[in-house]
Design a binder for this molecule. Structure first.
Ligand SMILES: Cc1cc2nc3c(=O)[nH]c(=O)nc-3n(C[C@H](O)[C@H](O)[C@H](O)COP(=O)(O)OP(=O)(O)OC[C@H]3O[C@@H](n4cnc5c(N)ncnc54)[C@H](O)[C@@H]3O)c2cc1C
Ligand SMILES: *[C@@H]1O[C@H](CO)[C@@H](O)[C@H](O)[C@H]1NC(C)=O
Ligand SMILES: *[C@@H]1O[C@H](CO)[C@@H](O)[C@H](O)[C@H]1NC(C)=O
Ligand SMILES: *[C@@H]1O[C@H](CO)[C@@H](O)[C@H](O)[C@H]1NC(C)=O
Length: 424
């Protein structure tokens, strides 16, 4: 047991909470510091695919969250006549070990917080990280990193992990001038009762579904996806182009009453460009159930760790991913689990002679998968975005989906193989 090591995690989002669980499994102590006064409770459900569910299963939380979400296997693509044109798998027990799961973010967060409480890992709320004060050379095994909070207090840990999201402050230590990039696009969504869709009683209309607009130039796709255990509520949504000067106003539309009304109007306009199910979906929308999600990306980073290896970035802080394939959280869980496996090897055994090589392996393994997710996003955008959105949809043609590489990774084996290779 590596009692001498302790990890400070900045951010109690899904990355930070999961990392603390994964580290505990490796016998590594950690503390989470979160700037908010209480667990994050932004509304809405998220989609988890088999690659992430495998991680939650390894951390013993899958069986707790599964009954609290909506399990499903595929998303249908329909054309503007309403005909199914293609299917996209989100899971399959026999092929990938798991179905896909849509679950409210707060349910996932509450489950992780409860699991951490059981094993006495501290989540300290109301502490806003500010900057690194000093970091010892990696070779100094008794050394660490000292960092400060906005209130001027400091802490020291063996490692500082920035799990503080897309607008990460920890990232500034590595990249002081880096800016996130707004993609000029936002997802506007709402939650409505499934009954409102008036689906045929014979079950012949499968949801989740993405429906193309008749307006190929400007329309874009309409998404419908169940999100609670009995499927009684669905998310409905569309993407919208947003000019830079409109961004702040739209970002507030998720919270201000008149902004929400504008978001409702956006979802309702244009319904006659889609099959009837869309008119049903938008017939009544409770403004309190609106969510606005502006899309940002982080430019590709060449390193996810400082030169001393004492400061590490992961999750959205390292590589925010546009939402098309719904892989943001899923990729963050992969980062976390792999890092914990490698740190476990490094700190409880003598198997890892070169910690820098372990970190390089982690980053390049993870980046390769993220690059593939970007390619997959592009394939989905080709099917979803209006034809004129050249920024998203350029050039190359549609490829059929092959998802085995994404849904069936074996992180443990890949780490074992790498360790074995190092010893040769
Ligand atoms: C509306 C919406 C829907 C989404 N749907 C999906 C989906 O279906 N599937 C999917 O895979 N992804 C989805 N995503 C993307 C997903 O939310 C992110 O990829 C994921 O939340 C990243 O997790 P994270 O823990 O890295 O960052 P975050 O969730 O952003 O958490 C960062 C945490 O750090 C805290 N923090 C920030 N700064 C500081 C500081 N200075 N000091 C201390 N704490 C700090 C924040 O308060 C926050 O709690 C969605 C995103 C949005 C906005
Ligand atoms: C490290 O030790 C913990 C228990 O202290 C154990 O659960 C974990 O599997 C070990 N990891 C490795 C890679 O040996
Ligand atoms: C859609 O389906 C209907 C009925 O099954 C069929 O008549 C029509 O030709 C189809 N449209 C296209 C574009 O395939
Ligand atoms: C190693 O780190 C410890 C703790 O920060 C510090 O006291 C010590 O001076 C460092 N040693 C060297 C050789 O830098």
């Amino acid at each position: 047991m590596s009692t001498e090591h302790n990890v400070a995690i900045i951010g109690a989002g899904l990355s930070g909470l999961t990392l603390a669980l994964a580290l505990h499994q490796q016998g590594i102590k950690s503390t989470i510091y979160e700037s908010r006064p209480a667990p994050l409770n932004i509304g809405g459900a998220v989609m988890l695919s088999p690659n992430a569910l495998r991680v939650l299963d390894a951390l013993d939380v899958y069986s707790v969250v599964k009954p609290q979400g909506y399990s499903f296997e595929r998303l249908d693509f329909r054309d503007s006549d309403g005909n199914v044109t293609e299917m996209y798998e989100f899971g399959d027990v026999s092929k990938y070990g798991y179905q896909g799961l849509r679950i409210y973010r707060h349910v996932l967060i509450d489950t992780l917080v409860a699991a951490l409480k059981k094993i006495s890992v501290d989540v300290v709320y109301g502490r806003k990280y500010s900057h690194v004060v000093s970091e010892d050379e990696a070779a100094n095994t008794s050394g660490g990193v000292t960092f400060a909070f906005a209130d001027g207090t400091t802490e020291t840990a063996s490692l500082l992990v920035g799990a503080d999201g897309i607008h990460s402050t920890v990232r500034r230590h590595l990249y002081p001038d880096l800016e996130t990039k707004f993609l000029g696009m936002a997802g506007i969504t709402a939650a409505v009762p499934t009954a409102q869709l008036k689906l045929p009683a014979d079950g012949s209309y499968h949801i989740p579904v993405t429906i193309a607009s008749k307006n190929k130039e400007r329309g874009g796709a309409f998404v419908i996806a169940p999100q609670n255990p009995d499927g009684g509520e669905v998310l409905i949504g569309k993407q919208r182009r947003i000019q830079e000067h409109e961004r702040a106003a739209w970002e507030q539309r998720g919270s201000l009453a008149d902004g929400r009304a504008a978001a409702v109007a956006f979802l309702q306009e244009d319904a006659d460009n889609y099959p009837d199910i869309v008119a049903n979906a938008v017939a009544t929308i409770d403004p309190a159930k609106i969510n606005v999600w502006p899309f940002y990306v982080v430019p590709k980073l060449d390193r996810w760790a400082s030169a001393t290896r004492r400061v590490i970035l992961l999750g959205d802080a390292a590589h925010a991913i546009p939402p098309s394939a719904g892989q943001g959280i899923n990729q963050a869980f992969e980062d976390v689990y792999m890092l914990a496996l490698l740190l476990g090897r490094q700190w409880n055994t003598t198997d890892v002679a070169d910690p820098q090589a372990a970190l390089d392996f982690w980053q390049s393994y993870r980046q390769a998968r993220i690059d593939n997710v970007f390619a997959l996003n592009h394939q989905i955008d080709l099917r979803r975005m209006p034809a004129t959105d050249a920024a998203f949809v350029t050039g190359d043609a549609r490829q059929p989906f092959d998802l085995t590489w994404l849904y069936k990774p074996d992180f443990k084996k890949d780490v074992e193989d790498w360790v074995a290779q190092q010893k040769e």
